[in-house]
Design a protein around this ligand. Structure first.
Ligand SMILES: Cc1ncc(COP(=O)(O)O)c(C=O)c1O
Length: 396
């Protein structure tokens, strides 16, 4: 094969390092292509189909006009680091020093990758809950670390405490926690968080938390792991503006962590992007200072969308697992006579004109979560209603 040949979409990719073999074959590109080909209502992809608030858009335009168009400092523009620190204090009662403990990143994705590159020696173990957000596994692999997986099981996506205890070994460097959780919509309970925190403290393990859905909680409350006893000093808290302000294309995220952890993360991050999106950083600083009504309105709006999609899917005949947060809801396809979520999602755009995502792709072993599919409700009511109407064709 010549160096310019297009690699086959499945199997081993030539040229690709062994660490990353298997990561080139995600189903998302395929689902998106199918959705486009069949003009499907796309309930598969997790980005809002509506605009950010006017004030946030205007802040970005103003920042460009005001000349904030060159490199920002590697740690992020001071206004945003201060706004992040204020936000953590205002919502979660956590104090972070904007200079020594807050770092701006190219979305949560870079934050996760930089954190794992910074903290893991080759061969260290990292505990992930599955189904997982797909970048975690790739970031673990890029760091030369080894994943240890704990399975969340429907209907409530609880984990077996014994599984987590068994996953922690003398080689464990970190536990990665995502709450509210993509793809399941689970919000980890306080009891679960206390269990995780207790193990981290007892075994001197770090925690890396992905809190990008922190403001999309409908049942219960968001509790940052860093707020639990013994966790402030050992948790790397990650979030981003994408979901909270409907600006997933801006890719502005942040890391809050104790000074020594921050110094480590910054060391890796500076050689990944160094810095990004200067005008957007300024705009996110404005957005984070939005009044309380914005944040409560966002959660109320999303709760309504969640209820709309959940009721619609149930009416079609799916078994729907309640989502307490995030903008995803998972459903089992078996009551509709299907067995395999991948086959179901491959057929769905052509058969009824809707796209969804099988959750088996978020498992190490795809047999787990085989019959469960994910729908996104970060869509306008008209799109949700049309999706539900079309899905009605499954039970007709
Ligand atoms: C759990 C989770 N973490 C991180 C991200 C990516 O965040 P960002 O766009 O800020 O990189 C997503 C996006 O879907 C997500 O669902």
């Amino acid at each position: 094969m010549s160096p310019t040949s297009t690699p086959t979409p499945t199997g081993r990719l030539p040229h690709l390092t062994s660490r990353l073999q298997g990561f080139g074959t995600t189903i998302f590109a395929e689902m998106t292509a199918l959705a486009v080909r069949h003009d499907a209502v796309n309930l598969g992809q997790g980005f809002p189909d509506f605009d950010p608030p006017d004030a946030v858009r205007e802040a970005a335009i103003r920042a460009i006009r005001d000349g904030h168009n060159q490199y920002a400092p590697g740690s992020g523009v001071p206004a945003l680091r201060e706004a992040v620190a204020e936000h953590q204090r205002r919502f979660w009662d956590l104090d972070f020093d904007p200079d020594a403990e807050v770092t701006v990143t190219a979305g949560a994705t870079e934050a996760i990758c930089a954190t794992l590159q910074a903290l893991c020696e080759v061969g260290d173990e990292v505990v992930l809950f599955e189904p997982y957000y797909d970048s975690y596994r790739a970031s673990v692999a890029m760091a030369g670390a080894v994943e240890r997986v704990v399975t969340l099981r429907p209907p409530d996506f609880a984990y077996d405490p014994a599984d987590l205890e068994a996953a922690i070994t003398p080689k464990t460097r970190a536990v990665v926690l995502n709450s509210p959780h993509n793809p399941t919509g689970k919000v980890f309970s306080r009891a679960e968080l206390e269990h995780i925190a207790g193990l981290c403290v007892a075994h001197d393990v770090l925690a890396v938390t992905d809190e990008v859905y922190e403001h999309l909680v409908y049942d219960g409350a968001h509790v940052p792991l860093a707020s639990l006893p013994g966790m402030r000093e050992r948790t790397v808290t990650i979030s981003s503006a994408g979901k909270t302000f409907s600006v997933t294309g801006w890719k502005v995220g942040w890391v809050c962590a104790a000074p020594a952890l921050t110094a480590a993360v910054r060391t890796a991050k500076q050689f990944m992007t160094f810095t990004n999106g200067t005008p957007f950083q300024h705009a996110v600083a404005v957005a984070l200072r939005s009044d309380d009504g914005y944040f409560s309105g966002l959660a109320a709006d999303y709760a309504r969308r969640r209820d709309r999609l959940t009721a619609g899917l149930r009416a079609v005949g799916f078994e729907v697992f309640p989502a307490g947060g995030s903008y995803f809801v998972c459903a089992d396809v078996r009551p509709l006579g299907f067995g395999d979520g991948v086959e179901f999602c491959r057929a769905l755009p052509k058969d009824v004109g809707v796209a969804a995502v099988p959750t088996s792709v978020f498992h190490v072993d795809p047999r787990r979560g085989r019959s469960v599919v994910r729908f996104a409700f970060c869509k306008t009511d008209a799109v949700l209603d049309e999706g539900i109407r079309r899905l009605g064709g499954l039970s007709a």
